[in-house]
Write a protein that binds this ligand. Structure first.
Ligand code: NAP
Length: 288
């Protein structure tokens, strides 16, 4: 198959490589071209424009950053992709936008799926991401072998259901990452061996992906982004706007979001989400 891949950042670059390793011809485009060029030696064909990237593609994947990026990129896809192609947005984006893109795609005879993922930068590299897919089931079946190269896909129902499922995922992540950070902070204040504490609780009822994958980065004082704080704030704002339309709010999510907004204000928006520990440690480099 001919594949068009747009967005070769932390997640997209690694995910694209699994598709290429399955023997497909992959054309890639990234806003900052150098990031796509890094994959040229693996056999990825790097394009200067989105038009060039998608014009012959049977399936197009997008893994960009914010809903506004998705919107901009899809405008180009709709203008340049061939009728009968499939466009899959894997960005964590808005369910409302997913529905709009599905409808616009219909007019252009381009089938659209929303398929955000979970499993972090390590899951993207290992090909173990959980993908949550919304759209027509017949279209999902066609893309299934490609999703399976990147991990474990889940068909969630009509367009928008993928993004709604990812929202549920991010609600749980908010609680889990805050709980993990608070446990480490408590352990520090009470002179426990932090690594031993994490080992002990990881196999009990408090065990979580955040404890297994994110906590070691906290202990190593490694704040480099696997998952950017700025992107997590984006996800929580999407969830808040969905709830607001329904006259509802989620208290735990709102609290975690406010903490991350505070960290972003202090200049940590490009840190990984493990940087939450800074909030508890008074944001001082020496104390964490
Ligand atoms: P990232 O490293 O910033 O990657 C996004 C990439 O998209 C960047 O290379 C960016 O190019 C490119 N891009 C943005 N707008 C574009 C446009 N208009 N045209 C072409 N390329 C464009 O972020 P990431 O960590 O891979 O995350 C990508 C998405 O997945 C986000 O929505 C995030 O919330 C979600 N996600 C992330 C994780 C994780 O653990 N990292 C896990 C699950 C889901 P530039 O280099 O020019 O900025």
């Amino acid at each position: 198959m001919v594949i068009g891949w747009i967005g070769t950042g932390i997640m997209g670059g690694a995910m694209m490589c699994h598709i290429q390793a399955a023997g497909h011809e992959v054309y890639a485009y990234n806003r900052t071209k150098a990031k796509a060029l890094a994959y040229e030696k693996k056999g990825i064909i790097v394009c200067d424009t989105i038009a060039e990237c998608v014009k012959n593609a049977d399936v197009i994947f997008t893994m960009v950053a914010y809903p506004q990026d998705v919107e901009a990129v899809f405008e180009e896809i709709f203008a340049n992709a061939k009728a009968g192609s499939i466009a899959v947005d894997m960005t964590t984006s808005s369910p409302t936008l997913a529905k709009q893109l599905y409808e616009k795609g219909k007019q252009k005879e381009i089938a659209v799926l929303d398929a955000p993922v979970s499993g972090g930068d390590s899951g993207a590299k290992a090909g173990t991401l959980s993908s949550m897919v919304g759209g027509d089931s017949a279209v999902y079946e066609k893309v299934l072998p490609l999703f399976q190269r990147m991990g474990t896909p889940h068909y969630m129902g009509e367009c928008g259901c993928g993004q709604h499922t990812k929202a549920c995922n991010q609600i749980c992540v908010a609680g889990a990452v805050a709980a993990m950070s608070e446990a480490i902070y408590y352990a520090r204040r009470n002179h426990l061996d932090e690594a031993k504490m994490l080992e002990a609780i990881s196999t009990g009822a408090a065990g979580s992906w955040q404890i297994n994958h994110t906590a070691p980065r906290v202990l190593a004082k490694d704040f480099a982004p696997g998952f950017f704080i700025k992107h997590f704030i984006k996800d929580m704002h999407i969830i808040q706007s969905v709830m607001k339309e329904q006259g509802q709010r989620l208290e735990m999510l709102d609290s975690v979001c406010a903490i991350y907004e505070e960290l972003a204000k202090q200049g940590y928006e490009n840190d990984g989400t493990q940087s939450l520990i800074r909030y508890y440690e008074g944001n001082s480099e020496e104390s964490v």
